[in-house]
Write a protein that binds this ligand. Sequence first.
Ligand code: CA
Length: 409
Amino acid sequence: MHLRVLLTTLACATVLSLAGPARAQDATESPPSEPGVSQFDPAFPGQTRAPAVQTQTPYQVTEIASGFNYPWAVAFLPDRRMLVTEKPTGKLFIVTPQGVKSAPVAGLPPVDGREQGGLLDVEVDPDFATNSLIYWTYYEPRENGNGLAVGRGKLKDGPQPRIEALRIIFRMKPTLDSLWHAGGRLVFAPDGTLFVTLGERSILTGRVQARQLNSHFGKIVRIHTDGTVPANNPFVNNPAARPEIYSRGHRNVLAAALDGQGRLWEVEMGPLGGDELNLVEPGKDYGWPTIGYGKEYSGAPIHESSQGPGMEQPVYYWDPVISPSGLTIYSGNLFPEWRGNFFIGGLSSHALVRLVLRNDRVVGEERLKPAGNNRVRDVVQGPDGALYLLTDAPNGRLLKVTPRTAPPL
Ligand SMILES: [Ca+2]
């Protein structure tokens, strides 16, 4: 992970170029062909390095807004305005479809904005029209360290938008003094419960807790929107387990979404050669740090094996890695070719990664470049069926991807 921190720093020093509308013929590239680093063989054919595919639908990219300080997440209000978070500053903005930004929303709690910390995801309540509730994740500063927390409040609109009726509905435990790997994506389940993806804090004292049921580290948790625990969570009858836990054995989950069947998928930031796509099922153990396909960024081995009893195999892994952040499984009408495809924001890969799946196996991979050579932090399907992206940069941009229209004659 420290290599990725370094890469972030280097990216800060480069001058960003503005990408105009993408030309279809140069807007894609094949996944890299260099040798991987994993010493392990895939568990089944197609588990990594799927054949390259190329989209047939020409697209164009429109900049909606810019000037965000490392934006992390975008979410849509029912009136098609967007909520955009800024990671290190802890600021939340309301942005119109024309790109007009509000003043920062007042009333959010302070964040620990160092390194990977700050204000992360934001989601809008499915019943926002009647309850005005929004939810967000952030690194909460605490005595002797920090931890991921989920805030909830009523969004009061106006010239100075603000949060009212603030409540903290989840706190990752235990508190640890770490600047990394707290996860942070929010996904609403079809039943109205809320998934919160977490990470294992990167440092060894955290990593060893990723499969342990008495810790939130390395877990995906499921809660009601008031913070209470659903009675059908998988470990509620185990007195030694934290009852919010839904799945375990994850490294750092910054990408998660539902598919058309309402199933939860996640893409997790792995070690060198070990980013993973997993289909998440209740109670299951995804193996980190016991099994996996990657190595430490130093090159040192982590795992004795890539498989183990009682632990799940990833549906797909990347070697070399993409550094995933943000996942959308496309279901819109603007791009019929893309329906059912997985779109993943790529940080170190500087790409929007497109996966084609068949029968829950990856059968094709493409690296789209709608943000030029910038790092992609989030990807969300808008209510109009367009894809909306955020670039990870000190002057981060909100971009919209739509089918290319013919130029005027
Ligand atoms: Ca795994």
